[in-house]
Design a protein. Structure first.
Length: 177
């Protein structure tokens, strides 16, 4: 655990004083709460956006729990991520209706347009590609979610327009699609 904390990458939230202050505040406020590990990790994910390996070691050290316990929680729950995600997370539904109506082709198109694969984030840190299970919009299949926005009946030739809309929102500093 100490070796991880000796070599914290410059890009890690622990290396940034303002983010380290947030981490320390979360730990201090919750260290004596029952189930502190889950409470702390949930708040860190929400506030920082991910829980790096160094952050996991730091939490384990500060809460005086084994690193394996912290890592076990982070790796078990899909809510937690160890890498930063983009501002816009494109989730392609893999439910039966969406899959049959063309989700694989949408994924291929998104990867081609953005130059990244599923699970990756664009170099500018703006878009992450993921899959998800049924989102409950089967009548609109195939469906993709971008953060909380649902886009239905998408065709591969229309996907680049949707992607561009989110790229432009970022460039223009707007958060409405």
């Amino acid at each position: 655990m100490l070796k991880i904390l000796e070599k914290i990458p410059d890009t890690d939230p622990l290396a940034a004083p303002e983010q380290r202050a947030i981490i320390d505040d979360i730990l201090e406020r919750n260290k004596d709460v029952p189930g502190a590990t889950m409470v702390v990790l949930s708040e860190l994910q929400s506030r920082i956006g991910h829980i790096s390996p160094a952050m996991q070691a730091y939490v384990a050290q500060k809460l005086r729990v084994p690193l394996s316990e912290v890592n076990g929680v982070v790796s078990f729950y899909s809510f937690f991520t160890t890498q930063p995600k983009g501002r816009y997370i494109f989730k392609f539904c893999l439910g039966t209706a969406c899959y049959v109506r063309g989700t694989p082709q949408l994924i291929d198109k998104a990867q081609q347009v953005l130059g990244i694969k599923l699970g990756e984030t664009t170099p500018d840190g703006q878009i992450t590609l993921e899959t998800c299970r049924c989102v409950g919009a089967c009548s609109q299949a195939p469906v993709a979610m971008v953060n909380e926005d649902i886009h239905g009946r998408i065709r591969p030739n229309k996907l680049p327009q949707i992607i561009r809309r989110y790229q432009l929102k970022q460039k223009n500093g707007k958060d409405e699609a």
